[in-house]
Write a protein that binds this ligand. Structure first.
Ligand code: C2O
Ligand code: CU
Length: 463
């Protein structure tokens, strides 16, 4: 059922790296540098040429940044790319001036320029950082890395692995990244999905494991648009946290678990496969299942299984928004192929479909196909909000709010776990609620990054 096919021309759906990510390289108090560089590395198997990528520290994924909860993160960003750039610290409840959004919270850093990021990481959890200028190109070229904030007291596991799931659109002849970033096809359909799937930059990541070993897996979906349906084989798992935020109780993982673009999940897994067997994190694909990460089981960690894990400690400010007093907001998403968007506002004027398409706009939020000076909502500090997201398109969209986490409101009015990105299926309506408790200008956009670039970006202001 699980194939380990090596044919890269068909989606070689596979995996990452274990011990090779440099960890804890940089003390949080130093003003260390993080440079965005052009580099060549062996992304494809050895028989293929090296691939030119853009990476933080010249690696794929970018160098892991790891701090303890409440610590300061200081990095001097040095832009050695041929394009202006900035770094966004995805999921961190951050000071707005450090949010790294080119054109909203800072000017893009020109080639050769630097910018000093300095913020506190208030919440423990699994986060990531990525480029936020021309992100549909820059993230696809490799500009992202894990940002791990450790709990004061680590959960009781034998080992931890950070697993960055990604995909690449490569030219099979040259092994180079396909540079049709602005192609209308990618903009107007599901977004840029690759033909080569990796974990930590590797298509065939295999990690050692022992029977009855307990691991913490930190999953990060860093791809531009790919939705990863995942399941486990030879592993028993609990979902411990979503988008960095701990669940009140570990949720046993049953069947298929979906990780949308930009989403993260912390799992605790017990290795139940026998010695000599292989356990897998399985990428469920329509046609066939792939081993996204393989665990080669040898030796035994302990004779018996352990008791189920305890919940991770809660982060500060996890209180529930006041639904009864919440300001109602609505966001209608329209457009895309087969969406029938006849017209929308661009440059302040109503434009027809052809004009919009010529300008590279295929989507609209509330009938507007651009970022405007007027936010979706002007909120005052402490204001509770309920936001209905109506997806009037046939495609799924991964909606991400900067600066604040939200909870999904079920049809029955129950509040779900805290998240920073919600995957809204085609023709689906979902509702989220949050308390506007972080002052500043916060982007709200689709994390299918070519959608964000072609109409699906707006913002909220908290004052
Ligand atoms: Cu990862 Cu604007 O976001
Ligand atoms: Cu989208």
């Amino acid at each position: 059922m699980i194939s380990t096919r090596r044919d890269i021309l068909k989606l070689a759906g596979m995996a990452g790296l274990g011990a090779a990510i440099p960890r804890g390289l940089l003390a949080a108090e130093d003003i260390a540098e993080i440079s965005a560089q052009v580099a060549r590395l062996q992304l494809l198997p050895e028989s293929y040429p090296q691939t030119e990528i853009w990476g933080y520290g010249g690696t794929i994924p970018g160098r892991e940044i790891r701090v303890r909860q409440g610590e300061r993160v200081r990095r001097r960003f040095a832009n050695e790319l041929p394009q202006a750039s900035s770094i966004h610290w995805h999921g961190i409840r951050i000071d707005n001036v450090m949010d790294g959004v080119s054109g909203l919270t800072q000017e893009a850093v020109a080639p050769g320029g630097t910018f000093e990021y300095d913020f506190v990481a208030p919440d423990a959890g699994t986060y990531w950082y990525h480029a936020h200028n021309r992100s549909w190109e820059q993230v696809a070229r490799g500009l992202h890395g894990p940002l791990i904030v450790e709990e004061a007291e680590a959960p009781d596991v034998d080992r931890e692995e950070v697993l960055v799931l990604d995909d690449w659109l490569l030219n099979p002849e040259t092994g180079q990244i396909d540079d049709s970033f602005d192609h209308p096809m990618m903009m107007s359909h599901g977004g840029r999905t690759g033909n080569y799937v990796t974990t930590n930059g590797r298509y065939n990541l295999t990690l050692p494991a022992r029977r009855h070993e307990r691991l913490r897996l930190r999953l990060i979906n860093a791809s531009n648009a790919r939705i990863f349906p995942l399941k486990l084989s030879g592993l028993e798992a609990w979902i411990m946290a979503l988008d960095g935020m701990p669940l009140p109780a570990p949720a046993p993982m049953e069947d298929v678990f979906v990780l949308g673009p930009a989403q993260r999940a912390d799992l605790i897994v017990d290795v139940i496969a026998g010695e000599g067997d292989t356990a897998d994190l399985v990428h469920v694909d329509d046609a066939e299942n792939f081993s996204q990460v393989a665990f080669a089981v040898s030796g035994t960690a302990s004779q018996a299984r352990r008791a189920a894990p305890a919940a991770l400690p809660p982060n500060p400010k996890m209180d529930r928004p006041d639904l009864a007093g919440a300001t109602p907001l609505r966001l209608v998403m329209s457009g895309g192929a087969m969406g029938g968007m006849d017209s929308a506002i661009l440059d302040g004027e109503r434009k027809g479909f052809r004009e919009l398409a010529a300008a590279g706009r295929f989507w609209a939020f509330n009938g507007v196909a651009e970022m405007t000076d007027t936010p979706l909502a002007d909120l005052s500090m402490g204001e509770p909000v309920r936001l209905e997201i109506v997806n009037d398109t046939v495609f799924p969209h991964a909606m991400h709010l900067h600066g604040m986490h939200f909870r999904e409101v079920s049809e029955a009015g129950a509040l779900g776990p805290l998240r920073d990105t919600v995957l809204v299926g085609g023709r689906e309506t979902r509702e989220i609620a949050f308390t506007a408790d972080n002052p500043g200008n916060w982007l709200f956009h689709c994390h299918m990054l070519s959608h964000a670039a072609s109409g699906m970006t707006t913002w909220v202001r908290v004052t």
